[in-house]
Every structure is written in structure tokens, then in C-alpha cells.
Design a protein around this ligand. Sequence first.
Ligand code: COA
Ligand code: NAD
Length: 645
Amino acid sequence: MSVTITREGEIALVTVDNPPVNALGQALRQGLWDAVSTLDADDKVKAVVLICAGRTFIAGADVREFGQTPQPPHLPDLVTKIEAAQKPWVAAIHGSALGGGLEVALGCRFRVAVENASLGLPEVTLGVIPGASGTVRTPRLIGLEKAIAMITSGKPVRAKQALTDGLVDAVIEGDLKDGTLAFARNALQQPLPQPISFRPAPQADETFWQAQQESVRKAARGASAPLMALESVRHSTILPFDEAMAFERQTFLERRDSREAAALRRIFFAERGATRPATLQDVTPVTLKTIGVIGGGTMGAGIAAALREAGYPVILTEQDETAVERGLANIRKIFDDSVKRGRQSEAQAQERFAGVTGTCNYADLADADLVIEAVFEEISVKRAVFEKLGQVCRPDAILATNTSYIDPRAIAEGLPHPERFIGLHFFSPAHIMKLLEIVPVPETSDAVLATGFSLAAKLKKMPVRAGICEGFIGNRILKRYRAAAEDLLRKGNNIADIDAAMRSYGLAMGPFEAQDLGGLDIAYLQREGARATGQVIPQTLGDILVEAGRKGQKTAGGWYDYADGNRKGQPSAAVTALLKPHVTNGSPMSATEIAEALVGEIAAEGQAILDEGIATDAVDIDLVKIHGYGFPRWRGGPMFASGRA
Ligand code: COA
Ligand code: NAD
């Protein structure tokens, strides 16, 4: 760590260098503290530019210190000291100014940023609230609504938006240092603005606060930190500055020690380590230039879109010309939807689509470095595909299957050079869902395994290594969860009550409404397939519904009725009648009991998966549930929530 002072005429440059992200650990806080004192004592210095080396401005408090006793100088005191400095400080921002990093910038008299910089207060995503004036200074600078949105969502804004909002004073084009020095020289010619703490706090009435509480509560899905952050913003408008600061600090310290914060910190570090598993540290991944995708259906199109977004040229291979056209149209539709939602520009969509080559000639895959198969979930179809790939692809090309349930060892049987085979299990929609289960077979080489993880990093996905069993980690747990939900139904609980209980626990959807959305027929067909091979699988309540033509939203009825294309389901008298013979009239459980029972089942299956070595760490199971199945992040995943981790 270093804080270096240099001089450019009458302007001092304070350069922070604390790799990798200039996090504000104790040593850096002390370094900045001392720099303020040194420069205050230097009469020749008229202004100070605070700038950072490396890839980012100060990216926040050092999260590793959150579990320890705070050491002085404390961050709020440092921010106050910078604000009270006798020379104006200018924060020169590149990369990210997040959390404590932004708070330090709020202590500066001016803030400037390069165009691709982002600024935000992500503390609630770590289960805490801003602890060094974020909730007190930000509303004074940008007004209540913008401050509340930024603080309670934790989402950063880009520099241009920050300029519009008044969070920064200028967007610097060209070199940041030169641009900031020019800005500072110009600023010295004019009256200085008031320090933020001197400015009046914006005011709002009770109706405003009630509406804010309502919307923050809804978005938080049970997490406490966003509501506590809102409360701190509210106090900043009714208490004098110093008292508001004390309230914020007190709340921050309490939140820091909460279970929610511990859960979110653990996930934060697990996510950052996920793409670089310790066992593969010394293994070099294979460089991928061109990637083939076999099958342009739901998954193949989504995978191709994700690969294009990461810049890989894609060869989409289908059965025949018609299927190629259909596959290309599926990809085009994904890009068109992204344009409509503002996720990419029309020009980006055109460029991405142009990078997909459609073919029904497997020989076109001769140069591919990786081929991902996403054809029908049938062993004979998949084997035939890999037989062809074994003939046309380079012997060192990596061959991957996206199978959900079939044993990858059976798919790879007879493949020449089986060390290049691997399961890459994407989730639907594959261009959106973050989870990627990486499933090596016994022959898979370390280089190929490492390539799976590095590909995930390029695709901005969350990779989790899974061993081989039916459904790997995620779908195996899902099966038990659904069975447990049906069990509660059989015992006399309502479908809607079970869904509501899981929503109030923090999931985006309950188990039944989620099935209606995805379609009940997928799991049904899978069970039927297994039954056809002689496996004994008892009838599920879902089977009864599918056999009555109720496959979910797409048939206007599943566990619920969906009248006139309405996506909000209504309790169904038809379902009650169909299931009546299978339901006992037990006494219904409370929402808490339902959630506890179902999360308990999820965690018990997770434990079995861990005990069998299918997952390597409990946190992997938590990552799977959070990134693949909408489990509330603030609870830390089922293993953490149930005290198994
Ligand atoms: N405290 C401690 N370590 C941190 C950190 C923080 N606030 N932010 C990042 N790191 C570490 C990561 O754990 C990782 O360490 P590793 O290389 O040992 O695994 C390293 O810095 C790089 O982080 P990574 O996220 O992989 O880098 P990136 O370039 O993709 O992203 C950021 C950079 C700053 C955008 C991202 O790290 C981030 O969002 N950090 C959190 C910032 C935050 O929440 N600050 C508020 C805290 S109150
Ligand atoms: P899909 O029916 O939508 O698409 C399959 C595509 O494969 C079709 O377009 C078909 O024309 C093509 N195809 C079939 N045989 C082919 C061949 N020999 N050569 C080239 N193309 C061929 O199916 P899907 O939902 O995309 O599923 C594909 C795979 O992904 C399956 O293994 C499935 O289990 C798995 N998966 C599906 C999901 C999901 O939610 N749909 C999620 C994860 C994994």
C-alpha cells in the first residue's frame, strides 16, 4: 500500500496504490489521514487531486476488515477531515468509486470521473448500510429520490448519469490526471462550493416516506439492510448533521455484526473465487477462438447468444436447413428482445448476429476449439452427435454436453480422446442465467476442466463444479424440493399458501407457480422416460395435472388457472377436484413452518450431495441455489441459512 504525494505547480497529487482494488484498509486510511495533515501544512499547495493507480478508484471499505474490531482512523472521521481540509480536494475517479470509496469522494470538494467510471453505494448488497456519511451526505448532494434509489438498491450509476444527477461535477475526456488538473486550476479561479455537510438536508412529508418504505420493502424481499439504509436516510433529513452521522454509524456497526451481513460477505468472496478453483491454480486453460454449438433450440440459441455477447465467433449446427433457419431465428429473437429491453443497441445486436454462422454440415466444425452440444435429451441422439464430432473435430477440440440428466459418461462412451470431454450445464434462459454447472467425467483433463472455469469467467457466469448424479447439484435438489412441496399439499396445505410462504421467505416465486412458468411437462416426460426403462417412480401430483392436459401457463392451466393470457394465476377449482382423492384434511401449517420445512429439505439434499462428494463445498450448493434458482442471497443460501455451513 502506498499514498504518494507529488506536486504539479500549486496543485498536489495524492496517488493511492493499494492493489488490487485500492480497498480502504486501515493502512490506507492512515495514509490519507497523514496526507491531509501534510498538505494542510504546505502553504504552496492550493488544491489537491486524489487519484488512484491501477484498475480503479477506491473500490470501497476493505470487506475483509468487516469481521474485525474497527481500527482508527475510522472512515467517517477521514471523510470529515478531507472535507475540512484547508485546500479543496478533487476526487479523480476511474473504474469504480464504491461504498467507502464514494464516501471519500463525497468528502472532497469536487468529484470528476472518466466516462466509463461507475459510482455507487453497494453496502446493502453486503448486508450493511453506508457507514461513512453515504446516507447523510448523498441526499444533500443529489436529492432524496436519487439518493434513496442508489443507497437502497446498491446499484452503481455510470459517470454520465452521475453528472446528470449532480453526483460528479464533470466527466473528463482524455487523460484523467491532466483533465482533473485543468479542472482544479479552473475551479480555483471561482468561488468554492459549500462542503456537502454545510448544505441543507432535503425534506419530505410522511406520505413520501411511507411510499418509499413500501417500495423498498417490496424490492428487498425480506432483506433488512435496504430498509435500515432508508431509515438512516430519513434520519439524515430530520436530525442535525452530526446526530445523523452518529445514527448512521450506529446502524452500520450493528448491521456489520448481523447474520445477513455474514451471509452476504461469505457469498461475496465465494463468487470472486468461483472462477479460479484452488485445485486448478497451476493449470493453464486452453485458449478458445471459435466455438461450435449443436442444436439451436431453447438452450442452443441461448448459449450461442451468451457466447456472442462475450465476443466468440459461433458456428451453429443443426439437423437440416429448416432447423438452421429456425435456430438462427431463435438467436435473432434473443438479440431483438435485448434491444427492446435496452440491454444492447441495434448495432450491437447486428454485430453479434453477424458473428453466428449457421450450418447443417458437421464438417464446418473442423476448426472449432470447443463444441457445446444442446440437442434433444436422448442418449441415442447425443451419442450420434458425439460420434460425428469425434470424426470431424480436431483431436484437441474440447467437446461438451449440456445434458440436464443423462450420465455424461454414457454420452462420452467410445469418444476418441475422452480427456477433452466435459459437461457444461447451462440454465435456461442461457444468455441470462448466471449459473453454470461444470461436470467433468473421470477422463476429463485438468486443462479442459480449467477451460470450463475460464469460459465461465468470460461469459460472466458463476461456475460450480458438480459431480455426476441424476440432476447434478441444482436439479437434484429441485426434485426433492418439488416432492416436498407436493407432500405438504397432500397433507392439507393450499397450493397458494405454499407459494406465498416461499415468497415471503424471499424466493422470487413459490414451487408451484415456478413450475407453471417453466412447464410441468418437462419433468413429466423425464419421469415417463425413466418409467419406460423399468424404473419405479410413484405417481406425482404433477403427473395427474399433466395427464389432465394442465402443463402450466402455456396451456392456460397448471397448478393455477390462467384466464385470458393473464400471467397471474388464480386458484383452480379443477385442480382441487383432480387432487381431492390424494389430499388429506390435515391442519394447515403456518407460512414460517412451510418455509422451514421446505428449506430444511433443500438443505438435507444439499448435505447428501456434499457427503457423496458431488459438491466440493457447502458454499457451492449455496451458489447454485442463489444463481440458478432464485434463493434469497441475503440468507446466504440453504446451507448457510440452515446452519449447515
Ligand atoms: N474489500 C476487499 N477486497 C476486495 C474488495 C473490497 N471492497 N473488492 C474487491 N476485493 C478483492 C476481491 O476479493 C478480489 O480478490 P482476489 O483477487 O484475492 O480474489 C480482488 O479484489 C479483485 O476483485 P474482482 O471483483 O475480481 O475485480 P473486478 O475488477 O472484477 O471488480 C470491483 C472490481 C471493484 C468492481 C469489484 O471488486 C467490486 O464490486 N467490489 C466490491 C466493492 C464494494 O462492495 N465496496 C463497498 C464495500 S462497503
Ligand atoms: P430443444 O428441443 O429446444 O432444442 C433441441 C435442438 O436440437 C432442436 O432445435 C433440434 O433441431 C436440435 N437437434 C436435434 N438433433 C440434432 C442433431 N443431430 N444435430 C443438430 N441438431 C439437432 O431442447 P432444449 O430445451 O434446448 O434442450 C437441449 C439440451 O439442453 C437437452 O439436453 C436438455 O436437457 C438441456 N437443457 C435444457 C434446459 C431447459 O430448460 N430447456 C436447461 C438446461 C439444459
